[in-house]
Design a protein around this ligand. Structure first.
Ligand SMILES: *[C@@H]1O[C@H](CO)[C@@H](O)[C@H](O)[C@H]1NC(C)=O
Ligand SMILES: *[C@@H]1O[C@H](CO)[C@@H](O)[C@H](O)[C@H]1NC(C)=O
Ligand SMILES: *[C@@H]1O[C@H](CO)[C@@H](O)[C@H](O)[C@H]1NC(C)=O
Ligand SMILES: *[C@@H]1O[C@H](CO)[C@@H](O)[C@H](O)[C@H]1NC(C)=O
Ligand SMILES: *[C@@H]1O[C@H](CO)[C@@H](O)[C@H](O)[C@H]1NC(C)=O
Ligand SMILES: *[C@@H]1O[C@H](CO)[C@@H](O)[C@H](O)[C@H]1NC(C)=O
Ligand SMILES: *[C@@H]1O[C@H](CO)[C@@H](O)[C@H](O)[C@H]1NC(C)=O
Length: 614
């Protein structure tokens, strides 16, 4: 009897000093055992890389708690002690690691400085969790912390931080909670499809063989609204990082099919990752043939005009970029009657020497379009104040109209300069612009370090009046990631973009005050998704988004692909009279469906529309 008691006591003692992996990971975002020294038993080595190894322990009956864990060590001696399939015991300290000093990146629970490694048995079977069979990622929301009508796009931003709130996980409801509940675990993604190009580090976002929402015809995921009316940010996607065995990932594009990926879930640089044990291979490619638009205007129907919009990505006269842009306008967009162009640089491109004129850039573009199509455009723009409108330093990017004088003529008037404000003048029923073209309220702080809107008044071949406003709103550069610490994520510049839209809405209200049936088209690169409804709230009661008028399916409404989502940054809004006459529109994915990043001409896709002015 005594002997038995004694052995029970020993068993209890050794149980009390050893820790389960699930006790380290816990049911929340943060570990309950930060900075504690622990002894882990029953740890199966599931994967190994150059910076450590991954272990998995017995699961608990709680889907919030991961039974996988990363063990950090760069010591080759330590790493050589373990092999995949080994059952081990070891000691170490629990650390919460950030992949850079950036507080927007979440803490990753890991064991550092493993010691006392004892291999208990070898060649044990390692069984990954099969995503889409064993578990399914949530498809709409990232975290419960994204409160607000616009979900992860709600303002104000950064009201709470994931690490500070340390919520217990709700892995069936929220994407970040789901991936966190698998942190450190070995998982398999069956039949992955790439949903963007690779990034500078050869990493790329995928979805696997599981239910997704927002999937477009190419295979990528578009930002849409969920069934509850809240934006859907596609948390069911995941980024594939550098392979653990040092092999190199293939370069991909949206719609590329890959061999199955088995890897470990981790968190770094603002995203939940899967680090594959080895690089996947490409097993299918989408077609890289791009159909040109079928929206063209005709002398037989003077009421219908084609309007295109294209952010041409820092187009300067030097180099071959301008020819590529010209070819798109000539042979894919078929020379629309009016082109709203954004990101035209001055005559010496990014050289920062006070030059602001873009006359050479535009004559070079027009000559190249003429060579490729036989069609000769006229152009109009207003030079900005040197270095006052943001963008690449010295580039003096601006919006430009290209137009076909046999289809539309610029109404005679005085052209505005950089700091003159265009006003709506004229009489009831017949509004006009005080300057043509003119910049709207250029001294308003809404436009600080940003492009002022370029307004113009046209007469169409049908003798109708058309007003246009070409926009290039403040960029989102510097925003935090959708799986970052700040909730809702920081959408940099959102309040300034909101003010910019308000200034534009005031201007078009002045037109509608004189003529509620005026033909007005406003848009360009708005650097914002319509799902960020608060940004457009001043304009949407006055005008309607072209894609809606044209009936483009929600999943096909994109002109840009960033990280895990296809999204629409480029919009054209139509006045009520034009909405009533209907419109057609196409986003021509000449860039985001390109065969590689190298052959892409711009990061934005152009849009072509056929609208009616009478
Ligand atoms: C996070 O939450 C878990 C579970 O409630 C708790 O054990 C842990 O101590 C918390 N950590 C921090 C830093 O709040
Ligand atoms: C797991 O927990 C659930 C509820 O928490 C319970 O209904 C179920 O019986 C448990 N299963 C096992 C195997 O303990
Ligand atoms: C978000 O807010 C936290 C707490 O106020 C702050 O430390 C952090 O810098 C903010 N993040 C960004 C990107 O502004
Ligand atoms: C992927 O493309 C980059 C250039 O963007 C190139 O440097 C790299 O070698 C390519 N990788 C592969 C695997 O082809
Ligand atoms: C353009 O093609 C689409 C199908 O791709 C068709 O639905 C539409 O009617 C066509 N429009 C014109 C003006 O031909
Ligand atoms: C904008 O400010 C400049 C001085 O910086 C001034 O010359 C110009 O007249 C102002 N424009 C308007 C429309 O008030
Ligand atoms: C437009 O007005 C001009 C000048 O008044 C006239 O010559 C032309 O025939 C008109 N065009 C149409 C389509 O009515």
């Amino acid at each position: 009897m005594n002997g038995l008691r004694l052995s029970c006591l020993f068993a209890l003692t050794s149980f009390a000093t050893s820790t389960l992996i699930t006790a380290v990971t816990g049911p929340a975002f943060r570990t309950p055992l930060s900075r504690k020294s622990v002894s882990l038993t029953g740890a199966l080595v599931t994967a190994k890389g150059s910076e450590g190894f991954y272990v998995s322990g017995a699961a608990v009956n709680d889907t919030r708690v991961s039974n996988g864990l990363f063990v950090f060590t760069e010591s080759s001696t330590t790493l050589s002690k373990v092999a995949v399939g080994d059952m081990i015991t070891f000691s170490g300290s629990v650390d919460e690691f950030r992949s850079s000093a950036d507080p927007d990146y979440l803490l990753l629970t890991e064991i550092e400085d493993p010691t006392d490694i004892v291999v208990v048995s070898t060649k044990n079977t390692v069984t990954p969790v099969v995503l889409g069979v064993d578990l399914f990622p949530p498809t709409q929301k990232f975290t419960a912390l994204d409160t607000g009508a616009d979900g992860f796009l709600s303002v104000p931003n950064n009201q709470t931080q994931v690490d500070t709130v340390n919520a217990t996980l709700l892995p069936t409801q929220y994407g970040m909670d789901f991936w966190q509940s698998l942190n450190g675990q070995l998982v398999t993604v069956r039949s992955p499809i790439a949903i963007n190009f690779q990034n500078d580090f050869g990493e790329f976002f995928v979805i696997g063989d599981w239910p997704v929402t927002g999937q477009n015809s190419r295979g990528g995921l578009t930002i849409t609204f969920g069934p509850d009316g809240i934006p859907d940010g596609n948390p069911e996607s995941v980024i594939i990082g550098g392979p653990l065995d040092g092999t190199t990932n293939p370069n991909v594009t949206m719609g590329v099919g890959l061999s199955d990926i088995t890897g470990v879930v981790t968190y770094e640089f603002g995203y939940y990752y899967i680090l594959p044990t080895t690089a996947p291979t490409i097993i299918s490619n989408p077609s890289f043939d791009i159909s040109p638009t079928n929206l063209t205007s005709s002398p037989a129907d003077l009421c219908a005009i084609t309007i295109g919009s294209y952010n041409v990505d820092n187009m300067a006269p030097q180099g071959t970029h301008i020819d590529d842009v010209a070819n798109h306008i000539a042979t894919v967009l078929f020379t629309p009657d009016i082109m709203f162009i954004q990101e035209v640089q001055d005559n010496d491109g990014p050289t920062d020497d006070g030059v602001v004129s873009a006359s050479l850039t535009l004559s070079t573009l027009i000559a190249a379009i003429e060579k490729a199509s036989g069609v000769t455009y006229s152009s109009v723009n207003i030079d900005p104040v040197n270095d006052a409108d943001g963008g690449e330093p010295g580039g003096n990017i601006r919006q430009v109209y290209l137009y076909l004088p046999d289809r539309v003529t610029l109404v005679n008037g005085i052209a505005g300069t950089a700091l003159e404000a265009v006003e709506v003048v004229g009489t009831t029923g017949s509004p006009a612009l005080s300057l043509n073209p003119g910049r709207i309220d250029p001294n308003n702080t809404a436009w600080t370090d940003s492009r002022k809107p370029l307004a113009a008044q046209w007469t169409t071949a049908s003798n109708d009046t058309l007003f246009t406003v070409n926009l290039h709103l403040l960029s989102k550069d510097g925003s935090t990631t959708v799986e970052g610490n700040a909730r809702p994520p920081v959408n940099l510049g959102v309040s300034q973009r909101t003010s910019q839209v308000e200034v534009v809405a005031d201007f078009v209200s002045d037109i509608f005050a004189k003529d509620a049936d005026a033909n007005v088209v406003v848009g360009g690169d708005c650097n914002e998704f319509l799902q960020a409804r608060s940004v457009f709230a001043s304009l949407t009661p006055l005008m309607t988004d072209l894609d809606t008028v044209a009936g483009i399916p929600a999943v096909e409404q994109y002109s840009y692909v960033f990280d895990n989502t296809a999204e629409e940054l480029d919009h054209l809004f139509l006045s009520p009279a034009m909405v009533a006459r209907g419109a057609e529109a196409q986003h021509i994915h000449v860039n985001n469906w390109a065969a590689s990043l190298e052959v892409r001409v711009s990061d934005h896709d152009p849009t072509v529309s056929l609208v009616r002015v009478c």
